[in-house]
Write a protein that binds this ligand. Structure first.
Ligand code: FAD
Length: 192
């Protein structure tokens, strides 16, 4: 099975990086193929400009986007790993979605509805946030975060959401952090 991990955190000593390492190690141990697109290492250009929108309308795709779309096409599963910033995706990842999940590639319009182009793929999202989980659950923020990403991005384009993990109160005590990494490992074993 081929996995594509799209990773968006600027620091290598971060907890998100520990999640990335755990995810890669767990999947590779199972004999799966893993490609990681580290958006900060790639210095991914996240701004969708007017000129690019015009290119998309002409059916043309810029080279950097074409390369990322090729990774998606080849993947059986797409795993997004990122911290919650301002109750959403870090700008570099939002820009990746804006540009790479483009009209004509990820979806198109058919009749009165949307044609999903990324069916037959599984999706996983792993998030961390500073606010305690109980508070985000209570104010329905957890639900909102799932709705705007697992549903709004994955389901919209036909990717089947398999898991959406949200770890709150980060950074936390070391023991809690280790437990979170075990949760990641267990989920991956259960799903794949
Ligand atoms: P770090 O801060 O890097 O945590 C490091 C911790 O992980 C340390 O305690 C370290 O000991 C531990 N660690 C590292 N590696 C390992 C390992 N291998 N095993 C065990 N432990 C390990 N939060 C919200 O709730 N809502 C928001 O809207 C929001 N907006 C934000 C906007 C911005 C611009 C920023 C910068 C932050 C925002 N935050 C928000 C907080 C943010 O979500 C958290 O800072 C982030 O999720 C923490 O993840 P991290 O990977 O950066 O953790």
């Amino acid at each position: 099975m081929k996995h594509l991990i799209v990773y968006a955190h600027p620091q290598t000593e971060s907890f998100n990086h520990a999640i990335l390492e755990t995810t890669v190690k767990t999947l590779e141990k199972k004999g799966h193929q893993v490609n990681v697109r580290n958006l900060y290492d790639l210095d991914f250009q996240p701004v969708l400009r007017q000129s690019e929108l015009e290119s998309i309308r002409r059916g043309e795709t810029l080279e950097d986007v074409k390369q990322e779309q090729e990774y998606i096409t080849q993947a059986d599963s797409i795993i997004l790993i990122y911290p919650i910033w301002w109750t959403g995706l870090p700008a570099i990842l939002k820009g990746y979605i804006d540009r790479v999940f483009a009209y004509g590639f990820a979806y198109s319009y058919e009749g009165n509805g949307i044609k999903q182009h990324l069916t037959e793929k599984k999706g996983i999202i792993i998030n961390t946030h500073g606010t305690p989980k109980e508070i985000y659950d209570q104010m329905s923020m957890t639900e909102a975060l799932k709705l705007t990403s697992s549903t709004g991005i994955f389901e919209f384009t036909g990717i089947e959401p398999m898991e959406h993990l949200l770890f709150g109160s980060i950074p936390d005590e070391e023991l809690e952090m280790k437990k979170n990494l075990h949760t990641v490992e267990n989920s991956l074993h259960r799903i794949f």
